[in-house]
Write a protein that binds this ligand. Structure first.
Ligand code: ZN
Length: 96
């Protein structure tokens, strides 16, 4: 049969496992939160690869010319710097 000492040992072990689990959970949550904030602050590395095509962005329409890359106001059809015509995805809707 279980002695009192063993019972206390098992309860202590359960408490230790609970605290360790809680600690691991909080560390995972903190790491996830830091990653999320980091992506928000630094904008993520994958976004810079899509500069080639004009896209809907907070900046507006980014010129697809490799040497221009000018950020034009949203809804612009021609680049304000190099005059390149934009054929963005949202323009196809208006032309059918
Ligand atoms: Zn341009």
């Amino acid at each position: 049969m279980l002695a009192t000492g063993d019972l206390i040992l098992w309860i202590g072990l359960l408490i230790v496992i609970g605290i360790a689990g809680f600690f691991v959970m909080s560390v995972v949550l903190v790491v996830r939160f830091i990653g999320y904030v980091g992506r928000l602050v630094f904008g993520g590395g994958s976004k810079t690869k899509r500069v080639q095509a004009p896209e809907r962005d907070r900046q507006g329409v980014v010129c697809s010319h490799p040497r221009c890359g000018h950020a034009n106001p949203f809804g612009t059809r021609y680049c304000g710097r190099c005059g390149r015509a934009f054929r963005a995805a949202y323009d196809f809707d208006t032309y059918g």
